[in-house]
Design a protein around this ligand. Structure first.
Ligand SMILES: Cc1cc2nc3c(=O)[nH]c(=O)nc-3n(C[C@H](O)[C@H](O)[C@H](O)COP(=O)(O)OP(=O)(O)OC[C@H]3O[C@@H](n4cnc5c(N)ncnc54)[C@H](O)[C@@H]3O)c2cc1C
Length: 131
């Protein structure tokens, strides 16, 4: 796609630098628009932010990303290679739910439940390119 001269580029203002705003911004910028992003907080990331206190870090939103292929697609759309920007680490187990007196086992990766999940969300099954 030809890049327009700065004076001819349409301006787009995005309010909010969460994943939605940032993803839109990088794709629109790649498509030749003059994009500005305004964020109310002093950090970007929206709900992906964390609270750090007393040596502990608490997620305020997503703890893990399950569909890596979506990130890959978004970066590709913006003309970038996601692997150059993010380091992916497969978690096994994905998570553990611990209560005072018991622990909930992590979700099964095989069997009928896993097969239903794979049908509902292709790419999330074990061995696929997504996590
Ligand atoms: C507890 C929790 C767990 C989650 N777990 C997962 C998960 O495991 N995996 C996953 O993929 N997703 C998860 N999500 C969902 C994910 O966090 C959201 O889908 C994603 O953050 C939405 O992105 P967004 O850009 O639309 O909005 P947000 O992340 O909310 O970002 C909006 C941004 O806009 C800013 N803003 C708002 N109003 C203004 C204004 N007037 N001027 C300037 N800036 C403004 C805000 O400060 C914020 O930075 C979780 C969400 C929560 C709450």
């Amino acid at each position: 796609m030809p890049v327009l001269s700065p004076t001819k580029r349409k301006k787009i203002v995005i309010i909010g630098a969460g994943p939605g705003g940032l993803t839109s911004a990088m794709i629109l910028a790649k498509r030749g628009f003059d994009v500005s992003v305004y964020e109310a907080k002093n950090v970007v990331g929206g709900r992906n932010a964390a609270i750090r206190t007393d040596g502990f870090t608490f997620d305020t939103g997503p703890t893990f990303l399950m569909m890596r292929f979506i990130l890959a697609e978004m970066f590709q759309e913006a003309g970038r290679d996601v692997e150059k920007y993010l380091t992916f680490k497969k978690l096994d187990p994905l998570y553990r739910l611990k209560f005072e007196d018991r622990e909930l086992p992590s979700p099964p990766t095989t069997g009928p439940c896993a097969r239903k999940s794979a049908r509902f969300s292709p790419g999330s099954e074990p061995g696929s390119t997504g996590f």
